[in-house]
Ligand binder design. Structure first.
Ligand SMILES: C[S@@+](CC[C@H](N)C(=O)[O-])C[C@H]1O[C@@H](n2cnc3c(N)ncnc32)[C@H](O)[C@@H]1O
Length: 234
């Protein structure tokens, strides 16, 4: 793929995920190592006494993270944000009720109001942002959380320049080939990865979260560079 088509595709993450939405959960299970354990972590590792009433899901996709949280917090209000119209439509069909608010927007166009959320979640969505955008959204997330609020975040957290990155790709390729042995899916993943994905080492991200004002940052679950972390605003 040449630079012009990569640039064009970058503008079009919404379009890419409209297409991806068709068989989303099965594709994620077969393509993302530990996907189900990482999704489950969003419910499992929150503090026992934590009872959020206002939750923001950044890059909700088809709603797997919100779906994980509903049984824990059935009375909360959920705001779901995604650039892809098809993904938002899947959520509209999946979740009914006045306590769901949908925003079909890019993060850069979403208004992060001050101190309105108890919990902000991001599952496998922030790796689409570059380093500068990540640093900026961590500040927005911090400012949009109430005191004591939690940022709960899972993603692939290794930069493409990390010396371990080629090993990560080898292991990831082996994993995908178990579910999709003909190699076609791996080729598609690598094309998507080159055009859209900008993962960052978790140590760098933790520093940026501290700069954004988070004090207590923990990693309750990870397998290699597939990480689930929590950051508390206090
Ligand atoms: C890999 S999916 C993750 C979906 C879901 N959170 C999950 O854990 O399965 C990433 C989602 O983030 C959305 N997304 C990526 N970059 C975005 C951006 N800059 N603004 C808004 N949504 C974005 C995509 O449209 C896609 O639905």
């Amino acid at each position: 793929m040449n630079l012009v088509s990569i640039m064009k595709k970058r503008e079009n993450i919404a379009w890419e995920f409209n297409d991806f939405s068709k068989n989303y959960t099965n594709d994620m299970i077969g393509c993302v190592p530990h996907y189900l354990e990482l999704v489950a972590s969003f419910g499992k590792y929150l503090p026992d006494n934590f009872n959020p009433t206002s939750i923001l899901d950044l890059g909700c996709g088809n709603g797997n993270i919100t779906g994980q949280l509903i049984p824990y917090f059935p009375n909360a209000t959920f705001t779901l944000v995604d650039a892809s119209k098809e993904m938002i439509n899947l959520c509209r069909h999946r979740f009914n009720g006045d306590n769901f608010i949908y925003q079909n927007k890019y993060f850069k166009d979403f208004i992060f109001s001050k101190e309105v959320y108890d919990l902000i979640v991001a599952g496998f969505s922030l790796h689409h942002l570059d380093d500068k955008e990540k640093q900026s959204i961590f500040k927005d997330i911090n400012s949009s959380l109430k005191q004591g609020g939690i940022f709960s975040y899972s993603d692939l957290m290794i930069s493409k320049t990390n010396p371990d990155h080629s090993n990560l790709l080898k292991e990831w390729n082996k994993f995908v080939n178990v579910s999709f042995p003909d190699g076609e899916k791996w080729r598609w993943i690598m094309e998507h990865y080159e055009a859209f994905d900008k993962p960052t080492d978790y140590m760098a991200q933790i520093d940026w979260m501290k700069n954004a004002g988070f004090k207590k940052i923990e990693i309750p679950f990870h397998k290699g560079y597939w990480v689930y972390l929590q950051a508390v605003k206090n």
